[in-house]
Design a protein around this ligand. Structure first.
Ligand code: CP3
Length: 356
């Protein structure tokens, strides 16, 4: 096993001291980078890129060659799991993801099987192994999955939800059926994250993009309980190292205490709350990852630096902060502005760490 040359991310996720605050960006490999668009073109399309381990590795590393980022994130998508469960994922230009066979009744739910991680999702594990080899210890590699609730929204709606009519209709009218679906998806996600960890993922993140659309009671029962089940089923150590787990519920600011109680190592925080409030509420139970408004990157370099300074000041002194955007970087962002952001985090965070 190669030793890590830069382990700031893992240290911060475990609330250990670092020299400067580590930083990465959700969707850091993506359409705002011309080199990403060129590689996607070469692959043929987005899913062809995900299914090609060499090219997925290439785009994973592209942002690291441009910016001094402290982590790589596996290039893939959360919808690979429902695809492997037989739903038939495809992307149409400008329309986002679609499924050929959405899951809308009892028969469809009962027919869902647990995908085989090497047979059906081997391309993801090959990408993880290839990226680890190419990174050669430069920075840690983050693996990820969608949360069961977030995956279920796409599976029931057949694509991106407009108003969650079908999935919430099922949740309210047939809660037992919804639970059957979520249990199956939670089983698949647990196996998927364990396979990524076996293949070499050094931290994992669960994206609960749509948990924030639920009432507090429904959030607990239909999203958080299943994420907790996953946390209990995944390996928390590999090669003698702890594998930190980050839980991110977009719009989940009201429920940080419950999220911190699941046993995760860190919480992803969107931009709708301040890190100082978040930190006061969860104490030293978990690290925090976030939370610059992604729209800040439309502003001038001077304003970007000021806003980075505000977020650092909001977290304050001490350990347990991983800097990130509050959600994914937009495709329209100027790559130079992303660079200003990353460099500002390192430069402005030094006074918050250690005895400098
Ligand atoms: O962060 C990274 O750099 C890793 C790669 C990553 C992608 N998707 C690549 C991607 C990750 C972690 C995801 C997760 C994902 N996928 C989520 C949860 C994260 C979040 O944003 O809350 C969701 C909801 C999806 C589903 C999905 N995939 C949608 C809705 C879309 C379409 C978005 C759009 O604007 O068209 C995708 C496609 C997708 N996934 C792209 C990328 C880079 C763009 C596709 C392209 O290149 O044409």
């Amino acid at each position: 096993m190669t030793t890590l040359k830069n382990d700031r991310l893992l240290r911060a996720l475990l609330r250990e001291p670092v020299d400067v605050t580590p930083v990465w960006m959700m969707r850091q490999a993506g359409r705002y980078l011309p080199e990403y668009r060129a590689t996607r073109e070469k692959a043929g399309g987005f899913m062809d890129l995900c299914r090609n381990p060499e090219l997925a590795c290439e785009v994973t590393i592209q942002p690291l060659d441009r910016y001094p980022l402290d982590a790589a994130i596996l290039f893939s998508d959360i919808l690979t799991v429902p695809d492997a469960m037989g739903l038939g994922l495809y992307f149409t230009e400008g329309e986002g993801p679609r499924f050929e066979r959405p899951v809308q009744d009892e028969a469809a739910i009962d027919a869902l099987g647990l995908p085989d991680m090497e047979e059906d999702l081997g391309y993801v594990m090959d990408a993880v192994r290839t990226i680890r080899r190419e990174l050669n210890g430069r920075v840690p590699l983050i693996g990820f999955s969608g949360s069961p609730w977030t995956l279920a929204t796409y599976m029931v709606e057949g694509g991106s939800a407009k108003n969650f009519s079908k999935v919430k209709g099922m949740m309210f009218d047939r809660p037992e059926l919804m639970h059957r679906l979520l249990s199956k998806v939670a089983g698949a996600v647990t196996a998927y994250l364990n396979a990524q960890i076996d293949a070499g993922a050094q931290a994992v993140m669960i994206f609960d993009t749509w948990g924030g659309t639920l009432t507090p009671q429904h959030y607990q029962a239909f999203s958080l309980d299943y994420m907790q089940q996953i946390l209990q089923g995944i390996k928390r150590e590999a090669d003698g190292h702890r594998i930190p787990v980050v839980l991110f519920t977009k719009g989940g600011g009201l429920w940080l205490e419950q999220m911190a109680d699941t046993g995760c190592d860190a919480l992803g925080i969107d931009w709708t709350l301040s890190l100082s409030d978040a930190r006061r509420r969860v104490g030293d139970r978990v690290a925090l990852q976030g939370n610059l408004d992604p729209c800040t990157l439309y502003a001038s370099p001077e304003r970007i630096r000021e806003e980075v300074g505000q977020v650092l000041a909001s977290f304050g002194n001490g350990n347990g902060h991983v800097f990130n955007l509050g959600h994914g970087i937009h495709p329209q962002i100027d790559p130079e502005h992303a660079g200003v952001f990353v460099e500002a985090v390192h430069e402005l965070s030094r006074p918050y760490h250690g005895n400098h």
